[in-house]
Write a protein that binds this ligand. Structure first.
Ligand SMILES: *Cc1c(COP(=O)(O)O)cnc(C)c1O
Length: 337
């Protein structure tokens, strides 16, 4: 049995999702004429209590469009050091938006309102203008940690006091909401724009959504086009997103719970030095004395796929193809490693 914990992006559409996709009505979305994409976009906007949404090929694109639209050249964006927008988007903020970046070293990927307040640049000719804050929730490199609504509200207040825009990189937001019981509408009212990924734990094959005001999304369509993200009969893949939002949100709790179960197993193993607090579906742990690369190779020999996340650090991500049977099998293999 192959156990793949490298990422929740590896999930494949289920037979039910595929059947739903096969039936999708399609049209040319560059003309705004794909009924399935239109339905997905209005569904997502409604969930967050916002006016509009934009279906894009990836979460990198939704983040990049947001950064571009909220800023001008010579501004800076503020985010945590481990953020996806800094670490994994090939410096797109500089390339697409010609802005600088102001990094805050947070805790498990999270910044505080106080840290934010202290990082905002004073208005001098020789300094970039702080313009946009990007929060990641849950935090990927932060080990799946999350912000509570109250923490976000405090950050929002600092943003309003300083005329900063606030964007949410909510690639795994639903993994958070099934833990906290907070609602999408609560989240929707606190950000200028929101990005969510359909292709991670939600299990759709392709796509992310950018959510915000009508005028913002209207401009977003232009930037999506220039980035090469204007797709034609993409309703066939967008249908997977509709299916995911209708069927796969609540089940994310199981992924979070299985991640915690893995954490318990790891804590009992003599080769594990430390497990980061497990809050959602990401498990990051440190090894005592084996380099992560070698350990991951040994895992591969036992048919377990995982990522080395640092010299001595390994990451597992749970998802909808990882079930209780695989969890039991994983425990067996980890114990005999
Ligand atoms: C996966 C991810 C994204 C978007 O990734 P794509 O592969 O471009 O869809 C953005 N932010 C975070 C935190 C992610 O984990």
């Amino acid at each position: 049995m192959r156990i793949d914990l490298i990422s929740d992006t590896i999930t494949r559409p289920s037979p039910e999702m595929r059947a739903f996709m096969m039936e999708a009505e399609v049209g040319d979305d560059v003309f705004g004429a794909d009924p399935t994409i239109n339905r997905l976009e209005s569904m997502a906007a409604g969930m967050f209590g916002r006016e509009a949404a934009l279906y894009c090929p990836s979460g990198t694109m939704t983040n990049q469009i947001a950064i571009k639209l909220h800023t001008h050249a010579l501004d800076e964006i503020i985010c945590e050091l481990n953020s996806h927008v800094y670490q994994y988007e090939t410096s797109g903020y500089a390339y697409n938006a010609r802005v600088g970046i102001n990094l805050i070293e947070g805790e498990y990927g999270k910044i505080t309102a106080e840290q934010l307040k202290n990082s905002i640049k004073k208005k001098y000719d020789w300094l970039p203008e702080s313009r946009l804050v990007v929060l990641e929730n849950s935090t990927n490199r932060g080990g799946g940690n999350y912000y509570t609504l109250d923490e976000i509200k405090a950050i929002r207040t600092v943003c309003l006091e300083n005329e900063l825009k606030l964007h949410l990189d909510g690639a795994r937001l639903f993994n958070v909401l099934v833990e906290t019981g907070e609602s999408t509408k609560d989240v929707g009212s606190l950000f200028d724009s929101i990005s969510i990924c359909l292709s991670k734990g939600l299990g759709a094959p392709v796509g992310s959504l950018l959510i915000g005001d009508k005028a913002f999304i209207q401009k977003g369509r232009r930037f999506r086009k220039v980035m090469g993200g204007g797709m034609r009969q993409a309703g066939i893949i967008a249908a997977g997103g509709i299916y995911a939002l209708e069927h796969n949100v609540n089940r994310l709790k199981q992924d979070n719970d299985r991640a915690k179960a893995i954490g318990h197993i790891l804590q009992g193993l003599d080769y594990v030095a430390q497990v980061k607090p497990i809050k959602t579906n990401i498990v990051i742990f440190d090894l005592k004395d084996e380099p992560a690369d070698l350990f991951v190779k040994r895992l591969a020999e036992c048919n377990i796929n995982a990522a080395a996340f640092g010299p001595m650090q390994v990451r597992f991500v749970t998802h909808l193809e990882f079930d209780d049977e695989q969890l039991a099998e994983l425990e067996k293999r980890l114990k005999t490693l």
